[in-house]
Design a protein around this ligand. Sequence first.
Ligand code: DGL
Length: 261
Amino acid sequence: MIAIYDSGIGGASVLNAVRALAPTADIIYLADQARCPYGDRPVGELHQIALGCVAWLIRQGAAPVVVACNSASAVALTDMRIAHPAVPFVGMVPAVKPAVQQTRHGVVGVMATAATLQGRLFHEVKTQYAAGVTVVGQACHGLVEFVEAGDISSPALHAAVSAHLAPLHTAGADVIVLGCTHYPFLQSVIQHLAPDVTIIDPAPAVARQTLHITQTHGLSRPEQGQTWYYTTGSKDHLAWQIQALGLPFGAVAHVAVEELV
Ligand code: DGL
């Protein structure tokens, strides 16, 4: 059983990609919606939250664990691996490497949360892969809330996305990395507002990596292709989101924040 974890519904962009590659895998999806958004939380607090969520998923018997949240990966992926050495993890880091390969003008934009842009993983990929290329990060405050509310097309959303794209446009970015798993749900709006830009959604690559790790660790078993959703927030809202965003069908349950330790 594969675990996929995010602050909210954003990680479902990864869930969709995993489900497309692994129709018979059982998947448990945890959305920590009572504490969403994560992106502007202090690092220490987010670190503790993320470790607690992952520990709960592991207690449910899941492996590998996909941290389908750039913000949680940025602050806690290293310590998750240390705390659970027997469990394989797949984390998220903005897809700077493929973006650098695709830019023609030498400028790459990264849309992400503040936590992700301040994190060590982002600095490491820039140092490792972006020599000679300018990487411009844009902390997209507010976009996660639109996606959580199911608003992926209103005029207010267009205005918010447009405001976040402006600095990237001014900098001359011709490739934009979706550095938060909520943003693939906004891809058509982003592409509409920036028609000449190449957009990179890391979800398919993360899904391939997840399947690879599942196989190499001998974790692929005959399963039923079931999806179990858990939220720390409202079960009814999550059920509505699953329908509104066309996500894989599955049972929806509530889990108390106090259990995620
Ligand atoms: N989807 C998340 C990420 O990739 C979390 C965003 C948030 O909760 O602020 O960073």
